[in-house]
Design a protein around this ligand. Structure first.
Ligand code: PLP
Length: 389
């Protein structure tokens, strides 16, 4: 085919490809690499959820559904917030989305005008900044510090607020740090949002992966009129490939989201939504979630204990999600250089902290969503490489 130069709109050219993907492509060319870079569960979707999807297909769930999602799934989500968190919402506060990715995208597109300011933590999950660019919003970075357990400082949030501030993004349990938000900090952020009339986009897909005495408080508990809560079945039920998530927000915002969603996604696959009802309402799936949580917890302990003994590395024990974010500053290499060095010298993939923002410099993200055997082998290799430095 002749090579024609195509015109691509600036909007699409603005989007930065994730550094994480680049590293994976390089790693795939090296033999015997262990990847601790992945951000998805290594578990299979619980059996009862898969069976429900198969049954739904056989029963003819092969057509369009209402744009906002099937009534039963929206009701199951209402029940879920009531049962788990004692929070009352209604069906018109819920839209079913293609994962939390779509949920956060809808929040940016629905709420932000060109030039509005959005406060995004640094480090933070990669998609928020790209969402902001697409919405032509201005990004204001909120530093997260290790000495604050990677929680935001409410006073610092207030200092960053201007007349143009429209939204603040938070994500706990956190990717990439594994941090969990303490109740008083969550409440302080809620109060700020109410006082200054700004929205909180709270991205909560890791809410069930909590360890030791950690607790999660959905933001809608403290600031229901100001919160857009993005959530997902991806991590909780090991369903990343199904593309099933949802947003909880004030009904006027949900209505606006439905209009956009109707022309981008139409609706999430009908049989997938039926399986989502099974996931939320069956004891079998919740047992599977608890088993996954226990397994993650054991892996977390192994990784933290091993890292704590390694020269040049210091690590705090993260209380949530499935990530560890060790400090590598003493080693004297940049995060990116260190990740490359580990790939070459230990054949282990970790993600440089800078993939999540400038403040990630001096850290790397290690995912323990991989088997214990592989984790132990990876820890052996990292230790051996570091001992030779
Ligand atoms: N938000 C966070 C913090 C994530 O870590 C991820 C996936 O890694 C997503 C959103 C997207 O998840 P989903 O599969 O629900 O679109």
């Amino acid at each position: 085919m002749r090579q024609k130069k195509h015109f691509i709109a600036e909007r699409a050219l603005l989007i930065r490809r994730s550094k994480i993907r680049e590293l994976f492509e390089r790693a795939s060319k090296i033999e015997g690499v262990i990847s601790l870079g992945i951000g998805e569960p290594d578990f299979d979707t619980p059996r009862n959820i898969k069976e429900a999807a198969k049954r739904a297909l056989d029963e003819g769930w092969t057509h369009y559904t209402p744009n906002a999602g099937i009534q039963e799934l929206r009701e199951a989500i209402v029940e879920y917030y009531s049962n788990f968190y004692n929070v009352d919402i209604e069906v018109d506060n819920v839209i079913i989305t293609a994962g939390a990715y779509e949920g956060t995208y809808l929040a940016f597109e629905t709420l932000l005008e060109r030039g509005d300011e959005v406060i995004i933590p640094d480090p933070a999950f990669v998609s928020y900044a790209e969402d902001a660019k697409l919405a032509e919003a201005n990004i204001v970075r909120l530093p997260l510090r290790e000495e604050n357990e990677f929680m935001p400082d409410p006073d610092e949030i207030v200092e960053l607020i201007t007349k143009r501030t429209r939204m603040i993004v938070i994500n706990y349990p956190n990717n990439p740090t594994g941090a969990v938000l303490e109740k008083d900090v969550a409440k302080a952020i809620a109060d700020i949002a109410k006082d200054y009339n700004i929205y909180i986009l709270s991205d909560e897909p890791y809410e069930h992966f909590l360890y030791d005495d950690a607790k999660h408080y959905p933001m809608i508990k403290f600031a229901p009129e100001n919160t857009i809560l993005a959530n997902s079945f991806s991590k909780t039920f090991a369903m990343t490939g199904w593309r099933l998530g949802f947003v909880v927000a004030p009904s006027e915002i949900i209505k606006a989201m439905i209009k956009l969603h109707a022309y981008v996604i139409g609706n999430v696959a009908s049989f997938v939504q039926v399986a989502g009802v099974e996931a939320l309402r069956s004891q079998e799936s919740w047992k599977a979630v608890e088993n996954m949580r226990k397994e993650y917890n054991e892996r977390r302990k192994i990784v933290v204990k091993r890292l704590q003994k390694m020269p040049g590395i210091s690590v705090r024990e993260p209380k949530g999600a499935f990530y560890v974010f060790p400090n590598i500053k003493e080693i004297g290499m940049s995060s990116e250089r260190f990740s490359e060095w580990l790939l070459e010298n230990a054949r282990v993939v970790v993600i440089p902290g800078t993939a999540f923002g400038e403040r990630g410099e001096g850290y790397v993200r290690i995912s323990y969503a991989t088997s214990k055997e592989k984790l132990v082998e990876a820890m052996d290799r990292i230790e051996e490489a570091l001992n030779k430095l």
